[in-house]
Design a protein around this ligand. Structure first.
Ligand SMILES: NC(=O)c1ccc[n+]([C@@H]2O[C@H](COP(=O)([O-])OP(=O)(O)OC[C@H]3O[C@@H](n4cnc5c(N)ncnc54)[C@H](OP(=O)(O)O)[C@@H]3O)[C@@H](O)[C@H]2O)c1
Length: 306
């Protein structure tokens, strides 16, 4: 599996990570088989959040992988905190520290490789976040820190106080959810794609060596469904299928290769719990789409070139 450095962490990570938000759809045996398969494919990076399955996903995962110190050394674990489901977002020092203790307990580990703040908290006090991060790093509970669904100014505000470089911003991204590309291509126009919805986060992350982790790489809208094979995207599917046939791979591989082809060197967080499909996603790490193919897929999703 091809690897990249996650931000300025000095840590090499596979370009495909396994997102465990849906692992509670599997029974114990299936979950154990799935994590085995992931490891055999070189996917040793597992992405969690304290709220997935109300904490169950982290528990199921640690059981499935048979967590012990020697297993732990071979994998990279990331989890997220900051959402109090259905109620509020909470980046207070007390909440972050308490959340990490819960995560470590459920994952049966003494440390997280990466702790990510899940969604911006309007009441965030960056000094408090910084204190929490310093305490977590000095106690050895967390090695690196990142954010999710943040725009550049929010990252800068945090980074003004946090003494460690934020290594990732996890953002929704796929060919059907690519407004961060569109706004860069339709600059200064009155077209819908020209709207800058994220403060130019793509360029910001590249300038500051922050790795974008792409969540929901196969979904359209906000969890509306999978665009692959969907009647809602006939042109896109036709183009992806055509290119898939040329490479002798599946549509899932080509949709993944489209993300990996972007020179920002993103890490794709795959949410599949299907072993065969994970294999298809991983096949993308060995494919480099041509510039023409990348643009053809982009255009067939309905985006424009001015
Ligand atoms: N930071 C955030 O705010 C945030 C938000 C959401 C998710 N995440 C993270 O991102 C990860 C991925 O998100 P996601 O699960 O929404 O991503 P996804 O990989 O786009 O979606 C996975 C779902 O789509 C199905 N699927 C994938 N490819 C398919 C295909 N070719 N045909 C039919 N069905 C297909 C999978 O079913 P099978 O299992 O049957 O393959 C699974 O149910 C999560 O696990 C989580 O770690 C982060």
């Amino acid at each position: 599996m091809r690897t990249i450095e996650l931000g300025k962490s000095g840590m090499q990570v596979p370009v495909i990570a396994s997102g465990c938000m849906r692992i509670n759809n599997l029974d114990e045996k299936q979950a154990a088989s799935f994590v085995d398969k992931a490891l055999s494919l070189g996917v040793n990076f597992f992405e969690h959040a304290d709220i997935y399955g109300g904490g169950e996903c982290e528990k199921i995962f640690s059981k499935a992988i048979g967590m012990n110190p020697s297993v732990r050394e071979k994998i990279i674990l990331q989890s997220k905190c900051g959402i109090v489901s259905g109620k509020m977002y909470d980046f207070s020092k007390e909440h972050i520290l308490k959340s990490v203790d819960g995560i470590l307990k459920r994952l049966q580990t003494e440390y997280l490789d990466v702790l990510v703040l899940h969604r911006p908290d309007a009441l965030m006090e960056p000094e408090e976040v910084a204190e929490a991060f310093t305490q977590l790093r000095e106690s050895g509970k967390v090695r690196h820190f990142g954010v999710s669904n943040h725009k550049p100014s929010q990252i800068e505000l945090l980074q003004k106080y946090v003494e460690y470089p934020l290594v990732t911003d996890q953002l929704q991204f796929s060919v059907t959810n690519s407004s961060m590309i569109e706004s860069g291509m339709e600059v200064n126009m009155t077209t819908p794609g020209a709207v800058d919805r994220d403060g130019s986060v793509l360029d910001y992350c590249r300038i500051h060596d922050i790795t974008i982790q792409t969540w929901s790489p196969f979904q359209y809208g906000f969890f509306e469904g999978v665009f692959l094979g969907s009647e809602k995207f006939p042109k896109l599917n036709q183009k992806i299928d055509e290119i898939a046939e040329k490479y002798g791979v599946t549509n899932t591989t080509i949709a993944s290769a489209w993300i990996l082809r972007h020179p920002a060197h993103m890490q794709l967080i795959a949410g599949t719990m299907n072993e065969k499909r994970l294999e298809e996603v991983c096949a993308a790490a060995d494919i480099t789409l041509t510039r023409e193919e990348w643009y053809e897929i982009y255009l067939s999703a309905g985006h424009m070139l001015p």
